[in-house]
Design a protein around this ligand. Sequence first.
Ligand SMILES: [Zn+2]
Ligand SMILES: [Zn+2]
Length: 301
Amino acid sequence: MANGGPVIHGYPHLETVRSAITALYKRLSYDTVHTFGTSIAPADVAFCDQDDLHMGAQRVAHELVRHYHLPDARMIVSFREMEHAASVELAAGPEYFIELNDRFRTHRRDIGAALAHEIMHVYLHRLDLSFPGTRDNEILTDVAATYLGAGWLLLDAYREDAASSQKLGYLTPEEFGYVLAKRSLAFGEAPETWFTSPQAYTAYTKGLAQARLDEQQPPLTAAGWAGRRRYAKDRRYAQDHGARGPAPAGPYVFSADGSRGRDGLRVAFPCPTCHQRIRVPVRGRVRARCGLCRTVLECDT
Ligand SMILES: [Zn+2]
Ligand SMILES: [Zn+2]
């Protein structure tokens, strides 16, 4: 886990973040993802500066092991001077060695956040789920931690004041907010009251607005007027040209079954929940169900 540097904002990793959500559903299945229906509670990972450092770190690690359904894994947490915020040794188990930067000795309330990320590395290692390249793999780790109910701690560790800033993990604060909001929408959770950091709360509200935009893209019926108008224009072009020619600027793509003429037109678009591609025939009102995350999609194609 990286440490320090200026805090980057916005959504520079959005494509990888979305691929990570799809990969998680594909590898775990809908049923397993939904065994993570309840996020880890603030009280479970509370750690104040009066608590014993090592016993407290072990206790929080144990809570995360339990939350991630890793019953036989044992985390051995130690502290040392290091460049990074934290690291974990990915061995065969059942014991895993996690090192935390010495600065957490005096920033104990953020130990849960660091462990949420490092123990997710163990979870993904055991699943044999990874993305190629360190950057993308770290993004996958943050997304998985957040989508499975522990990564809100990483967002809450983001704090900024006039003199200093702190952020853990590889996602921007808004991207953490986005993944957390997608989880909240899929699981019916309301994490607003969990934050101790006002900057984290703000990033969550921004991420929530971005996540809601995913639900308002054509051909979904919830799309706004401008989107629907653009969609109708792109559809007319596809009908007239048999889906040849330039791809539309929206998040959807038309394709034609050549043997069926105008009747064979189909539209593909990303599922607003898991970003798996959905394909439906172009014939007005269509109700589809995402095969991966089971979201029911009301479309006006
Ligand atoms: Zn990492
Ligand atoms: Zn889906």
